[in-house]
Design a protein around this ligand. Structure first.
Ligand code: 4AD
Ligand code: MG
Length: 464
């Protein structure tokens, strides 16, 4: 009977030594002398490599020449206690089969220490680096933790559409979805493109958020969340924006702004705690390699209460700050990321939840406060990131909502179904959106959002 493949992770943790094992993976390095060769093997199951020892008597250089950095190999051998430093076990090779060669003259990851910018250009190979292995394992763990948190707390996972017929949320520029021929599309009498002839019989776009559909579900199932891709065609070439990103949007019937803040804080802390518990090796690597304060910052977020204050209070603090800002602060204007980061990193030195923003800088669906000037909005601001969550209590009153839509030029006829929710069994409710990549950015300590998603989409970039 042939031995089944073990993962590197399983072998490194194994207490059962002196047995035959089979392991497969990619060669990170091969070094040694004329008596013995050491192959560092990684299969993605962990950041750590397995040391494979090949005696020269059995494996002369000629048979090992293709066992080069980047090659894929299958190794059969004895799992034994390691005599060397740096690992407790190793595999004494009996048989090495090269499954896929990697020509050292051409393999782009032959040498270590490539820049993250260069690695973005070889997005098909960068998952084989320690850094991206760690980032991708953390990304998985965080996605899993999202589902686990909501499942444990009685939320239902709702799949909201990716192609949408409404472009009313106003969260940003949308990508059009069409099957009309681009050389000569059908035209109306007045000469504009006739979308009545298009696939769906109307203009359609990629969604910018699942919130409005999430509200439909919340007003039937109580506690729901979405977790899906969202698309924004804004031309923001920053380290915090993607044109395609994943968003998590819980929506809860009967919650007010206070409940919403409590949910957001508890949720974020539980996600960070999960990563600390489940991914200690990957986090230690990123801490040592990129950001010496990463682990202490994550622990700090888990251990401390977020600072809560209103937009109006924040503006007062910013106006009296000693720091010079590029953009002036005045009540009524949107805060820039320099302002948000001042509050989080300099003033409070902890995560901040800002609430009750001026109505004119927030979306039409946010619930109006009694002052008639502010809405029950909340943004959660994180160190090094800025805004990680945006959300609000929703306007549940039909007439107030219609007034806001008219004032903000949101077409009522397109959102008739959204208004119906306020006509039939309306209820107070609240929710928020967490940008998944901003969360992964925070937890990994990476500097650029393009390095925490396998295939980043940003202006002038969709190669892979
Ligand atoms: O603040 P936003 O635009 O809120 C909404 O879309 C609401 N519908 C959410 C809700 O209440 N259900 O986006 C929410 C979060 C932001 O706080 C940010 O973390 C992330 O989504 N985000 C982006 N992440 C990466 N690239 C972009 N271009 C992003 N735009 C927003
Ligand atoms: Mg926002």
């Amino acid at each position: 009977m042939s031995v089944r493949r073990s993962s590197v992770q399983q072998l490194l943790q194994s207490q059962e030594l002196e047995r035959e094992v089979v392991v497969k993976g990619w060669v990170r390095t091969r070094r040694g002398n004329k008596y013995v060769q050491f192959i560092a093997l990684n299969d993605g199951s962990t950041i750590h490599n397995l040391q494979v020892v090949a005696d020269a008597e059995k494996f002369p250089e000629e048979t090992l020449k293709d066992v080069a950095t980047g090659a894929c190999v299958s190794v059969r051998g004895q799992l034994v206690a390691s005599q060397g430093k740096g690992q407790s076990v190793e595999v004494q090779a009996v048989e090495i089969e090269v499954l896929g060669k990697a020509d050292p003259e051409q393999y782009p990851l032959q040498k270590k220490g490539h820049s993250l910018e260069f690695l973005r250009e070889i997005a098909h190979l960068r998952p084989r680096t320690n850094t991206f292995g760690a980032v991708l394992r953390l990304r998985h763990a965080l996605a899993f933790a999202v589902h686990q948190y909501f499942n444990d707390h009685g939320f239902y996972y709702i799949h909201t559409p990716i192609i949408t017929g409404s472009d009313a949320e106003g969260a940003g520029q949308m990508f059009r979805v069409t099957t009309l021929p681009d050389d000569h599309p059908p035209r109306t009498a007045s000469g504009s493109v006739d979308y009545a002839e298009d696939f769906f019989g109307k203009q359609t776009n990629l969604t910018v958020s699942g919130q409005l559909e999430g509200e439909i579900a919340a007003l039937a199932l109580g506690k729901v969340y979405t977790f899906g891709p969202t698309f924004r065609a804004e031309n923001s070439n920053t380290a915090r924006h993607l044109a395609e990103f994943w968003m998590i949007e819980p929506e809860v019937a009967f919650n007010d702004l206070q409940d919403n803040m409590e949910l957001a804080e508890d949720f974020l802390k539980s996600l960070v705690r999960y990563a600390l518990e489940k991914c200690p090796d990957d986090l230690q690597f990123l801490n040592d390699q990129y950001d010496k304060e990463l682990l202490s910052r994550l622990q700090f977020v888990v251990d401390n209460e977020f600072q809560r204050l209103t937009y109006t209070e924040a503006v007062e603090i910013l106006k009296t700050a000693k720091q010079k800002f590029e953009f002036p602060v005045d009540w009524g204007t949107d805060l820039q990321s320099e302002h948000e980061r001042y509050l989080v990193e300099k003033h409070f030195k902890k995560p901040v939840i800002l609430t009750d923003y001026p109505k004119d800088i927030k979306a039409f669906y946010m619930k109006l406060n009694d002052d008639n000037r502010t809405v029950r909005a909340m943004d959660v601001l994180f160190p090094g990131i800025g805004e990680i969550i945006g959300g609000s209590q929703r306007e549940e009153d039909l007439e107030k909502l219609r007034t806001r839509m008219q004032q903000m030029n949101v077409p009522e006829e397109e959102l008739w179904w959204y208004l119906d929710l306020r006509r039939f069994g309306s209820a107070p409710h609240a929710g928020f959106g967490l940008g998944f990549e901003r969360l992964v950015l925070f937890v990994t300590g990476m500097g650029n959002i393009r390095d925490v998603i396998p295939f980043p989409r940003f202006p002038k970039n969709a190669e892979f």
